[in-house]
Design a protein around this ligand. Structure first.
Ligand SMILES: [Fe+2]
Ligand SMILES: [Fe+2]
Length: 267
């Protein structure tokens, strides 16, 4: 299983594309004949996420390994969207929802792990932050919560992502020395890019998952023989950060209405 050609994308927001631009994006991906398409979340919204995933599945030649982002739950619920995405991915031999999968072998030396993750409110200054994301208005589980209750929910979602990734990374490292981790939310302050700068204390609580960052950093500190690359998105601004000698984060950029390939990865 060597010589893999992978196209990494994130924050596609396909629901904002005109139909001719969606076709253009599909043709672009098919033209490079990638074996695998990575999608780092924010694919569409709750009412059309399965439609767009199935459209990609039917139109692309590549296998699709994906996680979800906060937008994928807009006008729906966390539980229901996960359930329906799980169902279509389970019934498909080309759609792979990484939250449901411990790890995937990419080559005999490299494996993929992934989780959608969620900003956990722990970095920056949540108490003083005036940021009111649409997440807190448009996603069922957040509706009607007080600011303190929202923080509890953010902690819970971040901790779930961290626990799942801890288990999956530790398992994958028993078999592979090189891992790629696909996720939506930047896991470190240093990787939370916004227009060439690091996000400020106002935005960091909503744009980073400290629980995931702490977990991955601690695993990689104990495994200097291994290397892990995190691919994330969510801030729509690109940047590359070296966290440890053996741990790097690449954050992808995005613009609504202009889905694109971030980077080709050749293994
Ligand atoms: Fe996005
Ligand atoms: Fe996002």
């Amino acid at each position: 299983m060597n010589n893999k050609k992978i196209a990494w994308t994130t924050d596609l927001h396909l629901n904002f594309l005109r139909s001719q631009d969606l076709e253009k994006f599909i043709n672009q991906v098919n033209k490079i004949s990638a074996d695998i398409l990575f999608i780092g979340g924010d694919i569409a919204e709750a009412q059309n996420i399965t439609h767009y995933l199935q459209k990609l599945e039917q139109s692309l030649d590549s296998k699709i390994y994906f996680v979800l982002g906060n937008h994928d739950f807009y006008n729906g619920s966390l539980l229901e969207v996960r359930k329906k995405v799980h169902k279509i991915a389970n019934a498909s031999d080309r759609l792979f929802f990484l939250d449901d999968i411990p790890y995937i072998e990419l080559t005999k030396d490299v494996a993929l792990v992934g989780h959608s993750s969620w900003a956990d409110g722990r970095l920056g200054n949540y108490d003083k932050s005036q940021v009111m994301l649409n997440d807190y208005i448009l996603i069922k589980e957040f509706k009607g919560l007080t600011k303190a209750q929202r923080l509890q929910k953010l902690h819970e979602l971040g901790d779930d992502a961290a626990a799942q990734l801890k288990e999956n990374i530790e398992t994958a490292l028993k078999h592979y020395n090189k891992l790629i981790c696909l996720t939506h939310v930047p896991p470190f302050k240093e990787s939370c890019w916004h227009e060439g700068k690091i996000s400020d204390d106002n935005y960091l609580p909503h744009f980073t998952c400290k629980a995931v960052g702490d977990t991955i950093r601690s695993i990689m500190e104990s495994r200097p023989d291994s290397y892990l690359t995190i691919l994330c998105g969510h801030t729509h601004s690109s940047g590359k950060t070296k966290i440890l000698k053996n741990l790097e984060v690449i954050t992808g950029s995005a613009e609504y209405g202009q889905s694109k390939i971030q980077q080709m990865i050749y293994l």
